[in-house]
Design a binder for this molecule. Structure first.
Ligand code: FMN
Length: 353
């Protein structure tokens, strides 16, 4: 297979296998997508698939400043403008649903929201707030049965809203230490009920969300992102990752999810983990971290993955696909503007030609 060949993804046909990875950019003032975001995503529509920045399914999931949501009418209307612009430019776009769980700060969140997590265990480290700079993560509220049912409903509501806003599908963010991964990990999930303890019980919340969302919008419009072995956001390493993710992948295959997206990390995933996931899940596999054209072509050419997602390279290269096709050197991004509120370092990176 060739990196620039088509790929069928549920009802969508991707025009190439170069995916724009989800990236939080903090330009959603009042948590609503505006003009800047319309331009930013439309500029990058030559990607085979765009996965949006992490988008909260509810106020409880809005842990960072200026991240978008998909739970109010204004947010749906804002996203509708984004999806229309991307589709008009010939692109395909999925919304990444990200509930931040314990990676949050009250200063970032609307009044009436609650910081929730599987267990009342604070993540180590600090996070950015607009008003008071870096602040320690607070101790979250341990979710009770009602909170769990509510969170599942919130994911379902946001998935339906995504379809109403014109998205081609959604990605569940079960990577990088946010709520879904907080349930998977035995350090952040210290529950002793049906949602914690054994590997199967720690997978239960993720599977219930995946199942409920698939029922609502169709499993062929639902992908999921994992970072097994990742330690970002104070996720502690643990024994038995392959034995955990293997059966989890098998259940996702049964549900019929349209893709699994793996953050391989700088060192790649251990062969045993990759093998266990591959054995369980046979649908579209997308991989990420540190790819350039050569690495991506080799991986797709060998059949090791169907799709490759690129993060940072898409920030400064809206025409990344064309640049890779023509061997045009890539521009360097300005990291100090990754999360800044304005147009600079966001929509002002030019195309090569
Ligand atoms: C500015 C920035 C924001 C990010 N935000 C998200 C996010 O919202 N959701 C997510 O799953 N990953 C997020 N990531 C991780 C990227 O999707 C990707 O995994 C990472 O950049 C490694 O891929 P790369 O080597 O191609 O850049 C972010 C990365 C960057 C640089």
């Amino acid at each position: 297979m060739n990196l620039f060949s088509k790929h069928d993804l549920g009802p969508a046909t991707l025009k190439n296998r170069v995916v724009m990875a989800p990236m939080t950019r903090c330009r959603a003032i009042d948590n609503i997508p505006g003009d800047l975001m319309v331009d930013y995503y439309a500029q990058r529509a030559s990607a085979g698939l765009i996965i949006t920045e992490g988008t909260a399914p509810s106020a409880n999931g809005l842990g960072y400043p200026r991240i978008p949501g998909l739970f109010s009418e204004d947010q749906v209307a804002g996203w509708r403008r984004v999806t229309d612009a991307v589709h008009a430019a010939g692109g395909t776009i999925f919304a990444q649903l990200m509930h931040t769980g314990r990676i949050a700060h009250p200063l970032n969140m609307p009044e009436g929201s609650t910081i929730v997590a599987p267990s009342a265990v604070a993540a180590a480290g600090t996070m950015f707030t607009d008003t008071d700079g870096m602040q320690p993560h607070p101790v979250p509220k341990e979710m009770d049965a009602q909170d769990i049912a509510q969170a599942i409903d919130e994911f379902v509501g946001a998935a339906k809203n995504a379809i109403a806003a014109g998205f081609d599908g959604i990605e569940l963010h079960a990577a990088n230490g946010y709520l879904l991964e907080q349930f998977l990990n035995p350090d952040s999930n210290q529950r002793t009920d049906g949602y914690g303890g054994t590997a199967d019980k720690r997978s239960r919340f993720v599977l219930e969300v995946a199942e409920a969302v698939s029922k609502a919008i169709g499993a062929d419009r639902v992908g999921i992102r994992f970072s097994p072995h990742g330690t970002f956001n104070d996720i502690a390493p643990y024994e038995g990752v392959a034995d955990h993710y293997g059966p989890l992948a098998e259940k996702l295959q049964e549900i019929g999810l349209v893709y699994v997206h793996l953050v391989l990390g700088q060192d790649g995933l251990p062969e045993t983990t990759l093998h266990a996931i591959r054995n369980g899940y046979h649908g579209t596999l997308m991989v990420n971290t540190g790819f350039d054209r050569t690495g991506a072509e080799t991986t797709v050419g060998r059949g090791d993955a169907d799709l490759i997602s690129f993060g940072v390279p898409f920030i400064a290269n809206p025409d990344l696909v064309e640049r890779m096709q023509t061997d045009t050197p890539l521009a360097d991004p300005q990291p100090d503007l990754f999360y800044a509120p304005g147009a600079e370092g966001y929509v002002d990176y030019p195309k090569a030609s």
